[in-house]
Design a protein. Sequence first.
Length: 261
Amino acid sequence: MFAIPLFIIASAFKGDGVNYKLITAIETKSSHFTTDNLQNFYLIEGNKIVQYNSMGLKQKEFSEVKYGRPGLIEASNPLNILVLYPMQATVVILDRQLTPLNVINFRDLGFQEMKTACLSHDNKIWTYDVKDNKLKLFDYNGKLIRSSEDVAQVTGKTITPNFMLCTENDLYVGDAFNGIFVFDTYGDYHQLFFIKGTRNFQIINEQLLYIKKHQLKVFSLRSFDEIDFSLPDSVDVKQARIEQSRLYLLHKEKMSVYEFQ
């Protein structure tokens, strides 16, 4: 995993700002995007997943109309890309060519809906079962590997997850009303960060990045300090990610990629 360069964080803390060079800007009304560690980015455009390289050149597309519109894509492992179709409670795993490797229909496993899911660090699938308030880990064949205790009982809160992210040691579950819940990779509850209203986030080197009111926030998972990260263009920005020396911004009607200077 690549850390945010230290000089960038130091500049942000001091209020010096960061210098950016625009690499590419693409017109799009995408609802969601993600990136991989090769600096590719992936846009959800209607029923399609579209992959671009770090220079903004279109590479590949994937579309499967029978599953409806994708709600989420995760490419933390570019060899196993997760695509969630929430209305059909279906997850499709794609390879690096955007060719399907596995299709898991969670309705066959008792799920009526799936608002979010994520890959575990060992390429399994975490999701949340709203029927019994439990986090559940499945393999690519739909076999249940692990189930947590009742989350409502252990946290004292009824949650409606809208985003999940798994690191090597922790599972982060975002809830717009309550904040971001932290579990270990066995599904045991640890703590709650009162970061409310976010629809997605990214974790890089013990730092949690998220957008709030068109501003990129950087929250330290060690010190619990938070800073505003200066952006080259914050107008209508709704999602942001960082990969190595690249900053990716999804706006209302465009996607832009910058390089740190």
